[in-house]
Write a protein that binds this ligand. Structure first.
Ligand code: NAP
Length: 291
């Protein structure tokens, strides 16, 4: 597979996918961002390509365009690209990397003859580290030709291609949010609580990461029901009330999150959720008066 790839939007995702595809034999063509400085930095990170600080018709030299700009800009960028190339888009493939959006957002390019698709890696890409793509699910969607190419690219990158229907993409993406942002913020909340109890950030992080890692290992090995521990599955309702009373000394979001997550845990994991929820509501309704 040695096609030429243009990358429009070379931030966290564009740079990592571009670099990996270059290592796997793809030829990297134009790399487009919003300024020449960021485009040059992206080319350095990718290890190939020609930098461009704005959308240019040189993108049309590529067989495939990876569009990795923020979700909110994809429609406008697609519109601009369609205007720049017109019928020259015929036969080319354009893939965006958004999880929540379907390939319908690329309609202007489709209308001028491009095959359009979405290729979303279900992985978190930070500014400071390139994540591993081995075993990562790629949520795909698109025209048959775009879908075929996206499938091949996902496999080449070591990922697992899964087709996600347009109407289900927002929910699919929200699921990723639970595993990434929500896990992160729940751990950060725990760290802050321990710091108020006298731990250093380093001690608190170490303590909770050990707990979280074991919980994830238990989930992987035995499933969520068996991995569920803590006062609720034991029926220690007084302990739950004590937690809530302690959390009242913190900003209100802590207790709100605790309540919402405890309800969700019971809904998803308790053997008889309705019965347990009734019991839980009595404790939550007591508004953590116990000390
Ligand atoms: N980050 C993740 O964990 C992750 C994971 C999976 C999928 N995604 C998806 O991947 C896409 C990109 O996300 P990201 O996190 O890589 O974003 P990002 O790091 O903010 O990078 C966005 C890139 O797009 C460029 N850009 C913004 N507006 C543009 C425009 N109008 N024309 C051309 N280039 C433009 C930016 O240029 P400058 O460099 O000049 O600012 C930057 O290079 C999004 O659809 C996101 O949902 C993200």
């Amino acid at each position: 597979m040695s096609q030429t790839l243009a990358i429009v939007g070379a931030g966290r995702v564009g740079c990592v996918l571009g670099r990996r595809l270059r290592e796997l034999g793809w030829c990297i063509g134009p790399v487009v961002t919003r300024s020449l400085a960021t485009a040059r930095a992206a080319v350095r990170a990718i290890g190939a390509g020609t930098p461009h600080g704005n959308l240019t018709r040189q993108v049309l030299a590529a067989d495939v365009v990876l569009l990795a700009t923020p979700d909110s800009t994809i429609a406008a960028v697609a519109q601009q690209l369609a205007q720049i190339g017109g019928s020259e888009w015929r036969g080319k493939v354009v893939l965006h990397t958004s999880g929540a959006l379907s390939h319908a957002v690329l309609a202007p390019l489709r209308r001028v003859g491009a095959c359009t698709g979405a290729m979303h890696p279900m992985q978190t890409f930070g500014r400071r580290s390139a994540p591993n793509l081995e075993g990562v699910v790629f949520g795909l969607d698109g025209d048959p030709a775009a879908l075929r190419l996206a499938r091949r690219m996902a496999r080449l990158l070591g990922g697992i291609p899964v087709r996600v229907e347009p109407a289900r993409r927002a929910a699919y993406h929200a699921a990723g949010g639970f595993a990434a942002q929500h896990t992160l913020v729940v751990l950060e909340a725990g760290i802050r609580i321990l710091m108020r109890a006298g731990f250093t950030r380093r001690q608190a992080t170490r303590a909770l990461l050990a707990l979280a890692r074991q919980t994830l290992a238990n989930l992987q090995a035995h499933g969520a029901r068996d991995a569920w521990s803590g006062p609720v599955p034991r029926g220690d309702w007084d302990t739950v009330a004590r937690h809530l009373a302690a959390l009242r000394r913190l900003p209100p979001e802590y207790a709100e999150a605790y309540r919402a997550l405890t309800r969700l845990a019971v809904r998803l994991l308790a053997p008889r959720p309705e019965r347990w929820l009734a019991q839980l509501e009595r404790v939550l309704g007591a508004r953590g008066r116990m000390h």
